[in-house]
Design a protein around this ligand. Structure first.
Ligand code: HEC
Ligand code: HEC
Length: 292
């Protein structure tokens, strides 16, 4: 680079700065107006920020800012509040019965808060963030229950789990009618039409009537003669058109063929008794649980 006198550039008619690199000379264009305004505005915002918030390091500390903001004190304050609240609430949850928790508005509010946070950490992976479920994972927000929807039912399901290996687990096993050769594929096809019809949808009536005696013989033990299900053996209601494994005929045929049984861990051994209570109250309240 060499120093030159500023002069007019022939092509653009703009003055040059006098800087030159290997014959390339720099034009002295003014900065765009919008750019300057953004630049000035950033300076003003920065100065305001320095005044309000912690900003400049010093030798033995830093400028604290007039708002006195500090994440450290915020966290400490929030923790103190949480401990004060938890301490009291957790003590009462230990001794209160499920009904007492649900009837006392303060206690219930506390249980709901605990339940919601524990749900996010332990249950959302399978049941979805809001508990809406997915294929194979029941929706916990509606009032349709595989194993019963009273506060006690839910509490028991949570404590022992489903096919969890716990000695008291909720247990039952639908046979794999197709895989284990208990029924012919044609019988399974007919039964599929029968189940579709049970759920109030259009189905092949001839096939369904062929399946009726098979259903009475093979399926009614668990699902009931009218297909209304039985929470004692975790057999879903087949008439409500709400499906654990999917509504499509292929899904239904697949379940009759394979006899899948969902597994849920037992939470009794994993969570404290008061946490399981709080979860039961949370599920019962938020999911429109049954009273009887
Ligand atoms: C590993 C996956 C998994 C996790 C984690 C899990 N669940 Fe489940 N849960 C299931 C499955 C699968 C079923 C359905 C079992 C069946 O088919 O009968 C179920 C069933 C339930 C039921 C019974 C629903 C009914 O209709 O009767 C409740 C209540 C429940 N879960 C609540 C919870 C809560 C609360 C948590 C967290 C503490 C949780 N689950 C964590 C998989 C899971
Ligand atoms: C021993 C009891 C038992 C018998 C017998 C039985 N089921 Fe089931 N069935 C169940 C259970 C338990 C489930 C739920 C499995 C789960 O929760 O993972 C189920 C689920 C189903 C489902 C899926 C429901 C849904 O919501 O997705 C269909 C469809 C079904 N059974 C049809 C039949 C048919 C048809 C027969 C007769 C051929 C039959 N079942 C016999 C216990 C039984």
């Amino acid at each position: 680079m060499s120093g030159h006198k500023p002069e007019k550039d022939d092509v653009t008619g703009v003055d040059t700065t006098g800087h030159e690199w290997d014959g390339i000379r720099e034009l002295d264009n003014p900065l765009p107006r919008w750019w300057l305004w953004v630049f000035y505005a950033s300076i003003v915002i920065a100065v305001i920020y320095w005044i309000l918030m912690p900003a400049w390091p010093g030798i033995s500390g830093y400028t604290h800012g007039v708002l006195g903001a500090s994440d450290r004190t915020n966290v400490a304050r929030a923790m103190d509040q949480l401990h004060a609240q938890r301490g009291k609430g957790a003590e009462v949850l230990k001794t209160a019965s499920l009904e007492q928790i649900e009837r006392d508005p303060d206690l219930q509010a506390y249980a709901l808060a605990v339940g919601q946070s524990v749900f996010g950490d332990n249950c959302a992976t399978c049941h979805g963030p809001g508990g809406a479920g997915g294929k194979g994972y029941p929706n916990l927000r509606d009032d349709i229950w595989i194993w019963g929807g009273t506060l006690e039912d839910i509490h028991h399901t949570l404590t022992v789990g489903v096919r969890s290996g716990d000695p008291n687990a909720r247990m039952s096993q639908m046979p794999a009618f197709g895989r284990d050769g208990l029924l012919q594929q044609s019988q399974i096809d007919d039964l599929t039409e029968y189940v579709v019809q049970l759920s109030g949808r259009k189905a092949n009536a001839v096939a369904a009537s062929r399946a009726a005696p098979v259903f009475a013989e093979q399926c009614a033990v668990c699902h009931g003669p009218a297909g209304k299900g039985d929470p004692k053996v975790g057999a879903p209601d087949l008439t409500d058109n709400d499906w654990l494994y999917g509504a499509e005929p292929a899904d239904i045929a697949g379940q009759i063929y394979n006899g899948r049984g969902g597994v849920m861990p037992a939470w009794g051994p994993r969570l404290s008794p008061e946490t399981v209570k709080a979860l039961a109250v949370y599920i019962h309240a938020n999911a429109g649980g049954q009273d009887k």
